[in-house]
Design a binder for this molecule. Structure first.
Ligand code: TGC
Ligand code: FAD
Length: 407
């Protein structure tokens, strides 16, 4: 069979059948997915279309966190997809996890934040570093969405450098006394449980499970954000909080413990950000075909075509990174630096696409008629949290040179 007639050669008919432009998949990554992956993708895509997209503009405009979404996420299996089923998790692989994050973030980055914090930053450390009784007590409730969790690492004076944290706990016999404050904590104002990173008297970092209602613990909301407005962000304040000794995560201490959680969450963000980029791309592709200026659709102008072509190129490259990284995650071979490359590249690309799509929608791009400005403002947080763009650059620099820029 010649290259021209081979089914593996270019096939434009197949591309159009695949609904290429609705869900850009230019390199047919779909063909690499299993039936289970496709099932996950289709059910979460329907869920987002039904439960998030029709309402999220209102939530964001009104800075409203829809608490009812937590139970709905639990019902659809969005929390802890890689956690074993015996603890209520999904028992799925990392590609399924990535697909979930991608599809939720097509709806909204703040909604993805809710899901990825719960799964990667709350359930994951309890599963990975928790005792069997901690796993049994917390994981099923978190998986089902009965409880919401948050992850407290960042402090007012220690963001990129969490090793400098001052939040601390002291041994007081049958319990610990926790003091300090965390800032910029997703889910905090509504969380039933917080995984908090604090130093013991020897200066060693440990994870503690702190529950809403413990005397001295409060979680005030952070207001007036221009970004992630449908996600609740807050502080965690600890004023001589009595934490039972059984709430210490026994399995791992040191900064490596929270950084391991971040590996998992950053991987999810790499997929999620491309979901937001895909939504921006789909919106501007349609708008450019319909918007007439100078008697022609703006899609006919070369500058517009260049931008569309570049968007599709960057989305495709990022999708390939995600797929390959997902297979490495499944094999337990992905490194922190590989995850940093994906998080940094994909969020940067998504933000650039959102900014271009905003411009190409003209004045309409600043309104809530289109999802663009919301995605763009959301991505301004995504490029900062879970390690800023430059922190990931320096993690890569360290990998290349074996010289840390941080010490
Ligand atoms: P460094 O000296 O490199 O490492 C300290 C110790 O940790 C070990 N380690 C790891 N262990 C396991 N997994 C990893 N990925 C690890 N990375 C490092 C390392 O071996 C070392 O162990 P030991 O035994 O020698 O002590 O640490 P450093 O202080 O130089 O810092 C490195 C740096 C700057 C890269 C790190 O601090 C960093 O990543 N900073 C960024 C902070 C960050 O990402 N914060 C995120 C907060 S959570 C959040 O934003 C949630 S938003 C969620 C949402 O809403 O979706
Ligand atoms: P800084 O560390 O002060 O950085 C400021 C600037 O300096 C950045 O541009 C940074 O790249 C640069 N910089 C810092 N150090 C270096 C260096 N060594 N070399 C070069 N440049 C450097 N944290 C949590 O623990 N849990 C959460 O759930 C959570 N959710 C968040 C939700 C939102 C909406 C936001 C915005 C943040 C959230 N964060 C959370 C905090 C987030 O992880 C931090 O904002 C982030 O790690 C950066 O810290 P910082 O804001 O203190 O910035």
């Amino acid at each position: 069979m010649s290259a021209k007639t081979s089914p593996s050669a270019t096939n434009s008919k197949k591309s159009s059948k695949q609904d290429l432009f609705e869900h850009p998949d230019f390199y047919a990554i779909d063909d690499l997915l299993t039936e289970e992956h496709k099932l996950v993708r289709n059910s979460i895509r329907d869920f987002v279309k039904r439960e998030i997209s029709p309402f999220v503009e209102y939530w964001a405009q009104h800075a409203h966190f829809p608490q009812e979404i937590v139970k709905k996420f639990g019902d659809i299996g969005a929390f802890g997809p890689t956690i074993p089923t015996e603890y209520g998790g999904g028992g799925m692989d990392y590609i399924s996890y990535g697909i979930l994050m991608q599809e939720i973030e097509r709806g909204d980055s703040g909604m993805r934040s809710t899901a990825s914090v719960q799964g990667s930053l709350v359930m994951y450390p309890i599963y990975k570093f928790g005792s069997e009784s901690q796993r049994k007590k917390y994981l099923p409730k978190l998986a089902s969405g009965e409880w919401l969790g948050c992850f407290g690492l960042t402090e007012p004076d220690h963001g990129s450098n969490p090793a400098g944290m001052v939040t601390n706990f002291k041994d007081a016999g049958d319990h610990y006394i926790l003091n300090g404050a965390k800032m910029w904590i997703s889910n905090a104002p509504f969380a039933n449980v917080a995984v908090v990173w604090a130093k013991n008297e020897q200066g060693r970092i440990h994870g503690l499970i702190v529950e809403r209602g413990m005397p001295g613990f409060s979680a005030p909301e952070t207001h007036h954000k221009w970004s992630l407005r449908a996600s609740a962000t807050g502080e965690l304040v600890f004023d001589n909080v009595k934490v039972p000794k059984e709430n210490l995560l026994p399995g791992k201490s040191g900064l490596g413990a929270p950084l391991m959680c971040l590996d998992s969450a950053r991987y999810g963000i790499a997929w999620g950000a491309i979901g937001a980029a895909m939504d921006c791309y789909e919106s501007i592709r349609k708008y450019a075909a319909e918007r007439i200026q100078f008697g022609k659709p703006i899609a006919s102008f070369q500058l517009v075509q260049k931008k569309l072509a570049e968007m599709l190129t960057e989305i495709t490259k990022a999708q390939l990174i995600n797929w390959r990284l997902g297979t490495l995650m499944n094999e337990g071979k992905a490194t922190t630096a590989q995850i940093s490359l994906a998080k940094r590249n994909n969020v940067q690309v998504a933000l650039a696409i959102a900014r271009d799509a905003r411009d190409m929608h003209g004045a309409m791009g600043i309104t809530g008629e289109y999802p663009i400005m919301r995605h763009m403002m959301n991505l301004e947080s995504v490029i900062t949290y879970e390690g800023t763009n430059d922190i990931h650059l320096l993690i890569l620099g360290n990998e290349i040179t074996k010289i840390s820029a941080f010490s």
